[in-house]
Design a protein around this ligand. Structure first.
Ligand code: NAI
Length: 335
């Protein structure tokens, strides 16, 4: 076939995805690899060195053991069964050459992601789907360097990726709709709650919502309306409780849109509408008060406080996943 020949590529469907390649075994990558292996997929895990892969596999084993304890592995699987589905590679050629779906979680830098995807494209099957777990880089910019940009999509997991259900599936300008559909189906099939985002925007949806709320939280603290702990208490025991059950938009419908309209007429004017990072946040960062990593942020952090809160949070998240799985199981049996 010459370069001038137009190659017709059959779009991948969920059924044609048999092998997954997972690029990066760090904070996010080890957890996405675990999710695919738990769901039964052979996973090829790629990182820069044997040492990094060993560390990634240790994290995967630890998380898989917690899944097993919470009853979140398939009935027929042990931890060793799950781990045996994951093979490790330090080169793309062996790592991606027979992959149907490739997910990447490497450093959040546009030029590095572009270069890695170009290298992957040299070895991957021509119809493999390419998914990046970028936190917010535009898929159009990443896919622009590819020979087949239509196969490229964002699959944005939330940290900790094996415990948080959401995956935002975001197309770039050149992404084929079938690629979005298959990625969405794949995420649902491994037990995630995918959300199809119509078009790319900075921060997608989740981080836009998060930053909008944080901007006002910092403003409230800076204006002396309430301290950090009080802001957290207000959100945890009101919006946090409600939004886990009914999202903010449906909540507005339930409350009555006329009421929210009336509140909007006076409140928006009084809130922070700034387009630069909050001054309060900038001062904290300037002073080296970065949160748990330096022992002080909005709170004082002693010893293992931060680790303890993460452990307790993750236990609750795990319990919630087990409850979700039990509900889905009951739904299946009643169908
Ligand atoms: P990390 O630094 O923990 O892990 C990155 C891994 O990729 C490392 O193991 C590194 O050795 C490996 N790597 C680097 N270059 C590579 C290459 N060329 N080939 C193969 N492996 C390579 O980073 P983290 O936190 O897992 O972030 C990865 C991506 O996920 C970033 O794009 C980040 O923005 C995104 N993300 C991160 C979240 C978080 O809370 N940490 C949440 C959602 C997305």
């Amino acid at each position: 076939m010459t370069d001038a020949t137009v190659q017709t590529i059959e779009p991948k469907t969920l059924e044609s995805i048999r092998t997954v390649a997972n690029i990066g075994s760090g904070t996010m990558g080890h957890a996405t690899a675990l999710q695919f292996a738990v769901a039964g997929y052979p996973v090829k895990l790629v990182d820069c060195s044997e040492e990094l892969l060993k560390r990634g596999m240790e994290h995967i084993r630890a998380d898989a053991e917690e899944f097993a304890q919470a009853g979140l592995l398939r009935a027929e699987d042990t931890v060793d069964d799950v781990l045996s589905r994951i093979s490790t590679y330090t080169d793309y050629e062996n790592g991606v050459s027979d992959a149907d779906f490739i997910i990447e979680s490497i450093v959040e830098k546009l030029d590095v992601k572009q270069s890695v995807w170009q290298q992957i494209e040299q070895y991957a099957p021509v119809d493999a789907i390419f998914a990046t777990n970028t936190s917010g880089l535009g898929p159009t910019a990443i896919q622009s360097v590819l020979k087949h940009p239509e196969r490229f999509v964002v699959a944005h997991f939330w940290n900790p990726a094996h415990l948080m259900p959401l995956v935002e599936v975001v197309p770039g300008k050149d992404t084929a709709p079938e690629v979005v559909d298959t990625t969405f189906d794949l995420m649902a099939s491994i037990g995630k709650k995918p959300a199809k985002i119509k078009k790319e925007s900075l921060g997608f949806v989740g981080n836009r919502m998060q930053l909008a709320l944080l901007r006002e939280a910092f403003n409230i603290i800076n204006e002396g309306i309430a301290d950090a702990e009080t802001v957290d208490t207000v959100v945890r025991y009101s919006l946090g409780r409600r939004w886990n059950l009914v999202g903010p938009v449906a909540s507005a419908d339930l409350g009555g849109l006329d009421t929210f309209y009336n509140i909007s007429t006076y409140l928006f004017k009084d809130m922070d509408n700034g387009t630069e990072p909050s001054l309060l946040l900038a001062w904290k960062v300037q002073d080296g008060n970065l949160g748990t990593k330096t022992g002080r942020g909005f709170y004082e952090w002693q010893g293992e406080d931060g680790q303890r809160i993460i452990r307790e949070r993750d236990e609750q998240l795990m319990q919630q996943l087990a409850e979700d799985a039990a509900v889905e199981d009951a739904d299946c049996k009643s169908e």
